[in-house]
Design a binder for this molecule. Structure first.
Ligand code: HEC
Length: 187
């Protein structure tokens, strides 16, 4: 553990960004997995019980809540982002934008979205951070709220909650966004 942290830090200081230890990847993957499953469960339940309008309201309150509680549980800062966000709080920072663009290139190159992820040590203003992102595929079920045509009155509800919404016009098989995870390296 200590040894791998030292290697990471010395590589990062040498100006070459590297993969952190596999334990970070494993833990972050579990956190992402739990985030995805919990959110999906809540979304599908709301869709079934109350329809898409209620599901938007659920998503609006529950998505940030789940992110906050898992961030605390796993001691990672965990969230979702996209090149086209619905909630402006999910706007990507510079590093996330670069990684998302790299994911688009990888998709064009023929990679399966399910396998697209990236991690590295990043030198930030707050010190060294281990960061990871994992692509989120757009599925058929997402198109009700993220597709090219959103039915009324759902569109009106989305507009009310998210007047600056950019997260429409997607089709199945595209990258909708990514989970994003970071943890300070304690330097
Ligand atoms: C019932 C409507 C609805 C459905 C269905 C839906 N979403 Fe969303 N999605 C939302 C809302 C509302 C938000 C904003 C949540 C927030 O405020 O954090 C959102 C946000 C997101 C974000 C975070 C980035 C951003 O744009 O703010 C991602 C990623 C995302 N959705 C992916 C998906 C995927 C993948 C599916 C299908 C598995 C899906 N969504 C299905 C309504 C929906």
């Amino acid at each position: 553990m200590i040894r791998s942290s030292l290697i990471v830090i010395s590589l990062a200081l040498a100006g070459c960004q590297s993969e952190a230890g596999p334990e970070f990847n494993e833990e972050a993957s579990s956190a992402i997995q739990e985030f995805a499953t919990t959110l999906r469960g809540a979304l599908m339940q709301a869709m079934q019980e109350g329809g898409p309008i209620e599901a938007v309201e659920v998503c609006n309150t529950i998505a940030p809540e789940i992110a906050a509680s898992l961030s605390e549980q796993y001691q990672f800062d965990i969230g979702r982002t996209s090149l086209k966000v619905r909630n402006p709080d999910n706007q990507p920072d510079e590093w996330e934008t670069l990684v998302l663009k790299q994911f688009e290139t990888r998709l064009k190159g023929g990679e399966d979205i399910a396998g697209i992820s990236f991690s590295e040590v990043v030198d930030t203003e707050q010190g060294l951070q281990w960061r990871m992102m994992k692509a989120i595929p757009t599925e058929q079920a997402c198109l009700t709220c993220h597709g090219a045509t959103i039915a009324e009155p759902l569109q009106a509800i989305i507009d009310r909650y998210y007047p600056d919404d950019q997260a429409t016009g997607f089709s199945a098989g595209q990258i909708r966004g990514a989970f994003t995870v970071s943890r300070p390296l304690g330097n």
